[in-house]
Design a protein around this ligand. Structure first.
Ligand code: BTN
Length: 237
C-alpha cells in the first residue's frame, strides 16, 4: 500500500470530526495535503440519515479526511472499497459492503461512512468499531468490532493511518470516480446484490450497481435506481 505523508490532527474530545473538518475547510485556511482529523472521543457523532453514531473512547476510531470533490456520487463507493481493503488485512472473516458504504461482517456493522460536501470538497467521515467488547442494547444485535472478530487488541493510531492511506490511494488512482474495474470489485463485495431489500417500505431484490453508484432494485412493478435513503437487507439490520 502507498504510504502517504499524512497530516494527522489528533483531537482529544470533539463533537464530530466531520464538523471539525468542515469548519477547517470553511475557514479558508489552506489545508495541508492528506489532512486527517482523528478524535479520541466524539460527543455528537453523526451517522447517515440524521442518526447518532455511537462511539467509545479508546475503542472506537473516529476520523475524517477530505478530497477535492470531482462531481461523482460514486466517490462514496470508492471510499467503502478503500476502507474495506484496509480492514480486511486485519481479520480473516470475509468482510462485505452493504450499499452504499457500511462495512459488515457476519451481517453486523463494523464501520459506517458519512460523506458530506463543503466548498468543493468531499468530507469523508469514517467510524470503525475497533476494540469494542460490548455495545448498547439498541445496537448490540447489529454491531461488531475488529476485536470481537479476531480476539486481538488494535492500535487506533495505526489503524487510522492504514485506513486513511488506503482511502487516499483508491481515490487518487481513480480520480474520485468508480470505473468498470472498481465497480466489478464493489459488486463482488456488495452484500445487497441478489438479496431481498426494502426501500421506502417497498420490497424488491437488489440486482446491480449502476455506474453512477446507485443500487439497482427490481420491484414487483418496475426496476429502480436507488441513489439515496436507507436500503434494508431483509433479515439483517
Ligand atoms: C453511518 O453509518 O451512519 C455513518 C457513520 C459515520 C460516523 C463517522 S465517525 C467520524 C465522523 N464524524 C461523525 O460525526 N461521523 C463520522
Amino acid at each position: 500500500m502507498t504510504q502517504f505523508p499524512l497530516n494527522i490532527i489528533q483531537l482529544d474530545t470533539i463533537d464530530s470530526t466531520n464538523n471539525y473538518m468542515k469548519a477547517l475547510l470553511k475557514s479558508g485556511e489552506p489545508l495541508k495535503p492528506y489532512t486527517v482529523v482523528c478524535a479520541r472521543e466524539q460527543t455528537a457523532g453523526r451517522g447517515r440519515q440524521q442518526r447518532a453514531w455511537h462511539t467509545e473512547k479508546q475503542n472506537s476510531l473516529c476520523m475524517s479526511l477530505c478530497v477535492p470533490f470531482e462531481g461523482s456520487p460514486s466517490i462514496t463507493l470508492l471510499c467503502a472499497l478503500g476502507v474495506h481493503k484496509a480492514l480486511q488485512h486485519f481479520c480473516h472473516t470475509p468482510l462485505e459492503i452493504k450499499w452504499p458504504n457500511d462495512i459488515i461482517a457476519h451481517n453486523r456493522k463494523l464501520c459506517g461512512i458519512l460523506t458530506e460536501g463543503v466548498n468543493g470538497y468531499a468530507v469523508i467521515g469514517i467510524g470503525i468499531n475497533i476494540n469494542n467488547k460490548v455495545f448498547p442494547s439498541d445496537i448490540a444485535h447489529k454491531a461488531t468490532s475488529l476485536h470481537l472478530l479476531t480476539g486481538d487488541a488494535f492500535s487506533l493510531e495505526e489503524t487510522a493511518e492504514k485506513v486513511a492511506c488506503s482511502v487516499f490511494e483508491i481515490l487518487e488512482a481513480h480520480h474520485g470516480k468508480a470505473d468498470e474495474s472498481t465497480l466489478r470489485l464493489y459488486r463482488n463485495l456488495c452484500a445487497n446484490i441478489g438479496r431481498k431489500v426494502v426501500w421506502q417500505e417497498k420490497s424488491g431484490v437488489a440486482t446491480d450497481i449502476d455506474p453512477d453508484g446507485s443500487l439497482v432494485v427490481s420491484f414487483a412493478d418496475k426496476e429502480e435506481k436507488i441513489s439515496f435513503g436507507e436500503v434494508t437487507i431483509t433479515d439483517i439490520y
